[in-house]
Ligand binder design. Structure first.
Ligand SMILES: Nc1ncnc2c1ncn2[C@@H]1O[C@H](COP(=O)(O)OP(=O)(O)O)[C@@H](O)[C@H]1O
Ligand SMILES: O=C(O)C1=C[C@@H](OP(=O)(O)O)[C@@H](O)[C@H](O)C1
Ligand SMILES: [Mg+2]
Length: 188
């Protein structure tokens, strides 16, 4: 069984990985199994800055990255955050900034949901592309773009406390994650 044990340390879990890895889909399932709240950092950003992700990107990627970093810093600074059991889905690019990586690892446990580029592209082309401005609007170019981003980011994703295979039904991924996490939490 993969649910939390009463004696597990209380730590936030950050889910990282590429767009399409399933962070926003698997995160709420893990939170439900764990009896913990779920926070999607992209939704926090939208609330904090009063604009949708594409609108923030329209002011430039660096503007979006600034908002993203501020949202992470504000979340982690909430009283008692580091001792909470909470599941946080990061946006796929949050790890690119080394300060964000360090902050997540300092504040909680970080897991990388690893999914091969072909599967990411398969998932992303059936999702409205406009919501992820970095992918552009050309379906045919998504696989190449995703492969390029993953090549650039892989080493940052791998600086996690653990890596979980994100292939397969979301429920299976959630259970896989909780099994891996149980081990991480007990050795903290
Ligand atoms: N394990 C999975 N298997 C198949 N499709 C998935 C899986 N996880 C997510 N998806 C689908 O892929 C798309 C992106 O998922 P999402 O959770 O938003 O990813 P992320 O937050 O990592 O970018 C959605 O259409 C979602 O339904
Ligand atoms: O990989 C990225 O740089 C991004 C991923 C998105 O979140 P998801 O990973 O949840 O799609 C969102 O934060 C933004 O469009 C940028
Ligand atoms: Mg997401």
């Amino acid at each position: 069984m993969t649910s939390r044990r009463a004696d597990d340390p209380q730590r936030p879990l950050f889910l990282t990985g590429m767009m399409g890895a399933g962070k926003s889909t698997v995160g709420p399932i893990v939170a439900g199994l764990w009896g913990a709240p779920f926070i999607d950092l992209d939704r926090r950003i939208e609330r904090l800055f009063g604009a949708a992700i594409p609108a923030l990107f329209a002011r430039g990627e660096s503007h979006f990255r600034h908002c993203e970093k501020a949202a992470l810093q504000l979340l982690v600074a909430e009283p008692g955050f580091r001792a909470r059991t909470v599941v946080v889905a990061a946006g796929g690019g949050l790890v690119v900034d080394p300060a964000n990586r360090a902050l997540m690892r300092e504040a909680g446990v970080v897991y990388f949901l690893d999914v091969p580029p072909a599967e990411l592209a398969r998932r992303l082309v059936v999702t409205p592309l406009g919501g992820r401005p970095l992918l552009g609007s050309d379906e045919g170019a998504v696989a190449a773009r995703v492969g390029e981003l993953l090549d650039n980011r892989r080493s940052a994703y791998e600086e996690a406390d653990g890596v979980v295979d994100g292939n397969g039904p979301p429920q299976d991924v959630a259970h896989r994650l909780l099994t891996a996490l149980a081990t991480s939490l007990r050795i903290l």
